[in-house]
Ligand binder design. Structure first.
Ligand code: KG4
Ligand code: ZN
Length: 399
C-alpha cells in the first residue's frame, strides 16, 4: 500500500510518500520520498509563528511541493490512468466556493495544476487533523479532501503527536528506499513528547493506544526555548540557537551567571511547568543588561543558555524517570522538535542505560515536523477509514 502524508499543523509544509507491507505478519515500510518546506525564516521577523501568514504560505506551497514529490517518485507511483478535463473540473467543483473564500492561493495554484490529472498509484492519504493551528490545519485537510476527490482514495485523519511517537520508530540508518521493520518496542512504552506546542508524557500499552499521563500546565518546553532565545536577542526558532550557545559555554568552561529553578521536580506527579523558568530568565536578563544600552555580554548569554538547558534537562529527566518507575515501562520513546537537543539526547541515553531498556529518538532529519511520520501513523491506523478529518484532533491523544 502506498500512502501520501500531508502535514500543515504549524509552520512547515510537508509531504511524504511511503509504502507498507506485512510480511509473515510483520509490518514493514519504506520511504519513497519526503519533502519539508520550512517557513521559519519568514516567521522569524515576528518572533514566532504568525498563523495567517502560515496559512497563506501553506496554500502557496502545497501544490508545487506535491508536483516535486510526484516527479521525484515517478518510478514508484506512475500509472497510465488520467482524468479528463471534465472529470477534473467536476471533482474540483464542490470545493471552489470554499477555496476562493478561504484560500485563494491554494485555489489559484490548483487551477494550473494539470499534473494532478495524472492519477498516481496512491492508496490512501494521511493528513494531520490536530493538534496544531486551526487555520493551517484546515489548508492541509482541504488539500487532502481535494486530492481524495480527484483520485478517489480514502483520507485518514492523523493526530500530530501520534505522528511524533511512531516517527521515532523508524530506523535512522536504513538506506533510502529500503524496506525496514519498526523498532521492537517492549510494552508498555513511555513517551516523552517535547515540541513547540506540547510537553507530554504518554503511556503506550500498544501502538494505537495512548494515554496522556502528564503534561505541561503552562508553556511547552520548545516554547520556553523560543521565549528565552527571544529574551537574549536570538531569532525564532530559538531552540537550536540556545543549544549552540550552551555548547559554546560548556566548551569554554563559562560559569553560569545565575541559578535557575528546576520547576516541579519535587512534585510526585508527571506534570510540567516552564513559565516560572522563563520568568526567572527574564529577571536575570533585566538585572544583567547594560543600564544604558540594554546590551548583554556574550559570556552572560552563553552561561545563561547552558544553565537554562541544564534546568530543562534535569526537570525532564526527573519526570521521565518518575513515569518509567510508576508505569514499569519497558521502553522509552522521545518525540518532537526539541528532541534534536544534544544535551537532552545524552541525558535520555543515560536514563535508558540506567534502566536497561531501549530508547528510541527520531533521527535528526525527522525530529522536526515532517509528513513521513504522518504517513506512517496513517498506515498503522487500523480504524475504519470513512472518517472525515475535522481539524479538532483525534480523541485518542486526548486533544
Ligand atoms: O515538533 P516541532 O518541529 O514543531 C511543533 O510541533 O511544535 O518543534 C519545534 C520546537 C521549537 O520550539 C524549536 O525551538 C525546538 O523545537 N527545537 C529545539 C532544538 N531544535 C528545535 N529546542 C532545543 N534544542 C534544539 N536543538
Ligand atoms: Zn511537531
Amino acid at each position: 500500500m502506498i500512502i501520501l502524508g500531508i502535514e500543515t499543523s504549524c509552520d512547515d509544509t510537508a509531504l511524504a510518500l511511503i509504502e507498507t507491507r506485512t510480511e509473515g505478519g510483520i509490518f514493514e515500510t519504506r520511504v519513497i520520498g519526503s519533502l519539508v518546506h520550512s517557513q521559519a525564516d519568514l516567521h522569524s521577523q515576528y518572533g514566532g509563528v504568525f498563523p495567517t501568514l502560515a496559512k497563506r504560505e501553506h496554500g502557496k506551497n502545497l501544490v508545487p511541493l506535491l508536483h516535486r514529490l510526484l516527479s521525484d517518485c515517478q518510478a514508484d507511483i506512475a500509472s497510465n490512468d488520467e482524468l479528463s478535463r471534465e472529470a477534473f473540473d467536476a471533482a474540483l467543483e464542490p470545493f471552489i466556493k470554499g477555496l476562493t473564500q478561504q484560500n485563494p492561493d491554494l485555489f489559484e495554484s490548483l487551477t494550473h495544476a494539470d499534473f494532478l490529472k495524472q492519477i498516481p498509484k496512491i492508496d490512501r492519504i494521511a493528513v494531520t487533523e490536530g493538534p496544531g493551528l486551526e487555520p493551517t490545519l484546515w489548508v492541509g485537510i482541504m488539500f487532502a479532501r481535494i486530492l481524495g476527490a480527484l483520485w478517489k482514495i480514502p483520507i485518514i485523519p492523523v493526530n500530530h503527536m501520534e505522528g511524533h511517537i511512531v516517527g521515532s520508530l523508524l530506523a535512522s540508518d536504513a538506506p533510502h528506499g529500503s524496506w525496514q521493520r519498526l523498532k521492537d518496542l517492549p510494552m508498555p512504552a513511555i513517551t516523552l513528547l517535547i515540541s513547540g506546542g506540547h510537553t507530554q508524557l504518554v503511556l503506550v500499552p500498544r501502538l494505537g493506544s495512548y494515554e496522556i499521563v502528564g503534561e505541561t500546565k503552562d508553556d511547552a518546553v520548545g516554547e520556553a526555548f523560543d521565549k528565552v532565545a527571544r529574551l537574549i536577542g536570538l531569532p525564532y526558532p530559538g531552540g537550536p540557537h540556545i543549544s549552540k550557545l550552551a555548547d559554546q559555554a560548556a566548551a569554554e568552561h563559562i560559569e553560569s551567571p545565575v541559578t535557575l529553578p528546576r520547576p516541579m521536580i519535587a512534585s510526585k506527579d508527571e506534570d510540567f511547568s516552564f513559565s516560572g523558568l522563563k520568568t526567572a530568565v527574564l529577571y536575570a536578563v533585566r538585572d544583567a543588561a547594560d543600564k544604558e544600552t540594554g546590551a548583554l555580554s556574550d559570556s552572560f548569554k552563553k552561561g545563561l543558555a547552558l544553565e537554562f538547558e541544564t534546568a530543562v534537562a534535569e526537570t525532564l529527566s526527573v519526570k521521565l524517570k518518575h513515569a518509567i518507575d510508576k508505569h514499569a515501562a519497558g521502553s522509552i520513546i522521545i518525540g518532537g522538535g526539541v528532541s534534536a537537543n544534544r544535551m537532552l539526547r545524552e541525558r535520555f541515553a543515560h536514563i535508558a542505560e540506567e534502566y536497561g531498556i531501549p530508547l528510541y529518538m527520531p533521527s535528526a532529519h525527522i525530529s522536526g515536523d515532517n509528513a513521513l511520520m504522518i504517513a506512517l501513523a496513517g498506515a498503522l491506523d487500523a480504524r475504519p477509514h470513512a472518517t472525515e478529518p475535522t481539524a479538532q484532533g483525534t480523541k485518542r491523544l486526548g486533544t
